[in-house]
Design a protein around this ligand. Structure first.
Ligand SMILES: [Zn+2]
Length: 299
């Protein structure tokens, strides 16, 4: 049964189709066209017939049943999304809801900015599935690993090249790399000097290197972070070595990117091969939530 396929399987099957059709030059994925053509061929009774920008208030994307009862679906993305990469990921996320969830959720979906960046299933199963589908469709793991092998360190130059290749945001490309890398690394997303959320690679997390935000008072980025020291400027900042006690109980190299459009800052913390031994057994649940919704609503 096609409806029972999981997000990775769906993404993989469509990737095989795209590779067959377009060969090596198949990136970036034209997801708006794919969603419409594929659904019209395979699900002619309830296809996606429209993908377009909408004046959403607070939502980034939506999967909407046509109100005339025809069974047709539309995908909308917020007209405030000015980066092509964010648009692509949003459309792919909604296409994921269509393939995976439309039978169970006949009224469709309205998805907020924070729904697009949480890939862990503890957050919300359907949102995480839509993101895993989108990541798998736009950035297939075999191709991503060929760009940055699992045993290689990455920086924002390399991840930026991947973001360009797949036409996704730098955040999405970095999350994809973190999902398979053997390196210890953490992505921290902040706004106005406060941490919104953070995500560790598995080797980092298992070694106790993570940044807890959920359920805690708003946490500022360290004063010595290049993001704090360059507040007001825009763009990539040279990697900076920071002492233990700045971000973690070990020294880190911070790669920083201050984005002008969303006044978001990305800090990619790369760590040594091994955690320091003094690591105690504290809470180890991965959790990245977050004050994201509060900040994103106050825009
Ligand atoms: Zn969603």
């Amino acid at each position: 049964m096609k409806q029972d396929k999981g997000p990775e399987r769906w993404a993989n099957d469509l990737s095989i189709l795209l590779t067959t059709a377009f060969g090596a030059a198949r990136f970036p994925v034209d997801v708006a066209s794919l969603a419409q053509k594929y659904s019209q061929q395979v699900f002619p009774g309830d296809p996606i017939t429209r993908v377009r920008p909408r004046g959403f208030d607070g939502f980034e994307g939506a999967l909407i049943p046509k109100p005339d009862g025809s069974g047709e679906w539309g995908i909308g993305y917020s007209d405030s999304l000015r980066l092509k990469g964010r648009v692509n990921f949003t459309i792919a996320h909604e296409f994921g809801h269509y393939l995976l969830h439309r039978k169970k959720y006949p009224n469709g979906f309205q998805c907020r900015p924070e729904d697009m960046v949480r890939w862990d299933s503890e957050y919300n199963r359907v949102e995480s599935e839509a993101n895993r589908f989108a990541a798998g469709l736009l950035m297939p793991l075999d191709d991503f690993r060929a760009q940055i092998p699992a045993n290689r360190a990455a920086d924002f130059d390399m991840l930026g090249a991947c973001a360009e290749r797949y036409e996704v945001s730098l955040t999405a490309a970095t999350l994809r790399w973190l999902s398979y890398t053997q390196k210890r690394a953490i992505l921290v997303v902040s706004r106005d000097g406060y941490i919104l959320w953070a995500r560790s690679s598995e080797p980092a997390f298992k070694s106790g290197a993570f940044i807890k935000v959920a359920g805690l008072p708003p946490r500022k980025i360290p004063l010595m972070s290049p993001v704090a020291r360059n507040a007001g400027s825009v763009g990539l900042i040279e990697p900076t070595r920071l002492d233990e006690g700045t971000w973690l109980r070990e020294p880190v190299t911070e790669h920083s990117m201050i984005s002008e459009r969303y006044d978001l800052s990305l800090s990619l913390l790369t760590l040594g091969a091994r955690a320091p031994l003094a690591d105690t057994e504290e809470e180890r649940e991965q959790d990245a939530v977050d004050y994201f919704s509060r900040f994103s609503r106050s825009r």
